[in-house]
Design a protein around this ligand. Structure first.
Ligand code: FPP
Length: 252
């Protein structure tokens, strides 16, 4: 099974709790527009929802929570909105890092660091370094992240090894390519949630999502809370995951 995705099925093939939940936090702009507020206010309320959901995740026994906080494609937004999103990340790390650390949260960051402002890079590194040994919940922040870019970067590294004579092309299996992605030690997501009703992955964890269950929630991200997370997990629990195989029948 790639990247350690261990199916936690019961004997009928239904799910226990997801070990890794990944979230596309969509709908901040629409949440704000519906209230006549600036988009920045939607993002600010989005960070408040994020704080609640991180707390809920460890209360619900989730081990890994991945959040899509800035996509490689978000650079096409107006500079002022990009500035707002970067400001929120700065504030989130400066204000919340100590509390996350105290709660036993390990922070990991995936995505391209090159080209980011040096203070942002320093904050991301500080968050990872401070929390490195925490074990209660791993919070994976996808920042300046795009799945195609991640896979292309892995392919480039492998191609370089081949060109330097360090690797035979026939050694490049799916497991090897997977091990060159940004966080190969993190198991694949069991459950991917997207809020706001859109039903697509938008370049998020496309390699890792091969066998993830997808749950699309009609509410906008600022309104997402512990109850909504519990509902998504309940939906996940009804799914049968076969990983390309067959469900073991009771008694067989
Ligand atoms: C989608 O809403 C959300 C984003 C592009 C960014 C998500 C960011 C946050 C929740 C806050 C920042 C995160 C951290 C870790 C500080 P949208 O703007 O695409 O909404 P719309 O589709 O309704 O316009």
């Amino acid at each position: 099974m790639p990247n350690g995705a261990t199916p936690q099925t019961d004997r009928e093939g239904l799910q226990g709790s997801p070990r890794h939940v990944a979230i596309i936090m969509d709908g901040n702009g629409r949440w704000a527009a519906a209230r006549g507020l600036p988009r920045a206010e939607g993002h600010r309320r989005g960070v408040e929802a994020l704080r609640k959901v991180v707390r809920a995740a460890h209360e619900l026994g989730i081990s890994y929570l991945t959040i899509f906080s800035f996509s490689a494609e978000n650079w096409s937004r107006p500079a002022s909105e990009i500035g707002d999103l970067f400001g929120l990340l700065r504030r989130f790390i400066r204000h919340d890092l100590a509390a996350l650390h105290a709660d036993g949260v390990r922070v990991r960051v995936i995505g391209e660091r090159e080209g980011l402002e040096s203070d942002i890079c320093a904050l991301l590194t500080e968050a990872e370094d401070l929390t490195r040994n925490n074990t209660r919940l791993t919070l994976v922040v996808a920042f300046n992240y795009g799945s195609r870019q991640e896979i292309a970067a892995a392919a480039q590294r492998l191609a370089r090894e081949v060109a330097e004579g360090k690797r035979d092309p026939s050694s490049i299996t799916a497991d090897v390519l997977g091990s060159y992605l940004d966080a190969p030690d993190i198991p694949d997501p069991d459950l991917i949630i997207r809020t706001s009703g859109e039903q697509r992955l938008s370049n998020f964890l496309m390699w890792q999502a091969a066998y993830s269950e997808l749950v699309f929630v009609p509410i906008h991200w600022p309104d997402f809370d512990k109850a909504a997370l519990e509902d998504a997990i309940a939906e996940y629990a009804t799914r049968e995951r076969r990983f390309g195989g067959l469900i073991a029948k009771t008694g067989s």
